[in-house]
Ligand binder design. Structure first.
Ligand code: UFG
Length: 347
């Protein structure tokens, strides 16, 4: 039987690669498009070793219409797309806003154009909980009806504007474009095989890779950004979700889009992807020690400008409508992150 082909832009990135694996496990055929702007060619080998064959891959920049369009010519039977390809560093986006708007928005416009043109209108979009900013306390945990806040960085704004572009297009091209926007909380961990995982360039900006690199001896200690927040232990709270659980949600979203029975109201749906549990930075260090036996040295430093104090998800809409739940225990997730770090450092 021919498998349903799913375009995966940014399919060698952190979440993209894990999603390719889950798509293949679920019987879809992933068509990866990437230009390796923030990933490595080796990821394709990691994926191949997990799924047992080389994935379909095209090297192209989604922001370059001609080269992106070529993928559709070479692969005319693409049925749906999952769009990850985007820049994602908050701080860098403040330094280079034009790069962020150009890359993230032009790629999306090209994708909608090419998918709509070919009457292949099912798109799963990689969005972020950043669209909620710092929710009011009475709105925690945040659900999808919580008010959206003005973005605090150009990166965050590209997610907000992308959701709006997609909404407008589903209205204008009614029936031709159907979208599910997945609002990720904080993805962490690596595939249990330790063949794929997160590969931050330079000094990690995110908490977990910084913790694992410190545990591996690459960094002296973790800087905990603030212990004077209005939270039980004073450090910031996030909803950390296992990347493999997150990847599986994309398969569920795709199943829903491709299954004709549920009409997507207004052509677009939004889902929070989180665990529903908030964990503070200091709690994370304790959990990491429990899961791996490694005590990570740390010191408390100034707050990081622009940090949200606390946010975690109400994932019940995704639990009910997508039939999906993030249920991997945190110890297992942290052990996978550590296994991956040790593997890439040869420890
Ligand atoms: N943190 C530290 N020390 C570090 C790194 C992080 O204490 O070295 C703390 C942060 O202050 C924050 C928590 O760990 O409290 C999580 O920080 P991350 O940078 O890992 O994640 P953020 O929640 O700040 O950012 C993530 C994504 C962004 C996205 C944002 C949406 O990285 O892309 O969620 O809220 F925009």
């Amino acid at each position: 039987m021919t498998k349903t082909k799913v375009l995966v832009t940014g399919g060698t990135g952190y979440i993209g690669a894990h999603t390719v694996v889950e798509l293949e496990n679920a019987g879809y055929e992933a068509v990866i498009v990437d230009n390796f702007s923030n990933s490595s060619r080796d990821v394709l080998d990691g994926i191949a070793r997990i799924i047992g064959r080389n994935p379909l891959f095209f090297e192209a920049d989604c922001a370059d219409y001609e080269s992106f369009a070529r993928v559709f010519e070479l692969c005319p039977d693409i049925s749906a797309a999952i769009h990850f390809a985007a820049y994602k560093a908050v701080g860098e986006s403040v330094e280079k806003p034009l790069d962020y708007y150009r890359n993230n928005l032009v790629s999306l416009l090209n994708l909608i154009d090419l998918m709509g043109r070919n009457e292949r209108g099912s798109i799963v979009f990689s969005s972020s909980c950043t669209v909620y900013g710092q929710p009011e306390r009475e709105n925690l945990p945040v659900n999808e009806t919580s008010p959206l806040q003005p973005a605090t960085s150009p990166y965050g704004n590209t997610k907000r504007v992308s959701e709006e572009i997609l909404r407008d297009c589903t209205i204008s091209y009614k029936g031709k474009i159907n979208v599910i926007a997945l609002r990720y909380f904080n993805p962490i961990g690596a595939h249990p095989s330790a063949l794929i995982g997160e590969l931050p360039r330079g000094v990690p900006q995110n908490l977990l890779p910084y913790i694992t690199q410190t545990a591996a001896g690459l960094r002296e200690r973790l800087n905990v950004f603030g212990n004077d927040y209005n939270t039980p232990d004073g450090s910031c709270i996030r909803d950390y979700i296992y990347v493999c659980d997150l990847a599986k949600a994309h398969v569920s979203a795709l199943d829903r889009l491709l299954d004709k029975s549920p009409e997507i109201p207004g052509g677009i749906e939004y889902y929070n992807l989180g665990t529903g549990v908030g964990i503070s930075v200091l709690q994370m260090l304790e959990l990491f020690k429990k899961a791996t036996g490694v005590a990570v040295p740390y010191r408390i430093v100034e707050r990081r400008p622009g940090d949200v104090e606390q946010v975690w998800a109400d994932p019940s809409k995704a639990n009910i409508e997508l039939g999906w739940k993030a249920d991997t225990p945190i110890e297992e997730v942290l052990a996978s992150a550590w296994r991956w770090e040790k593997k890439i450092r040869g420890i």
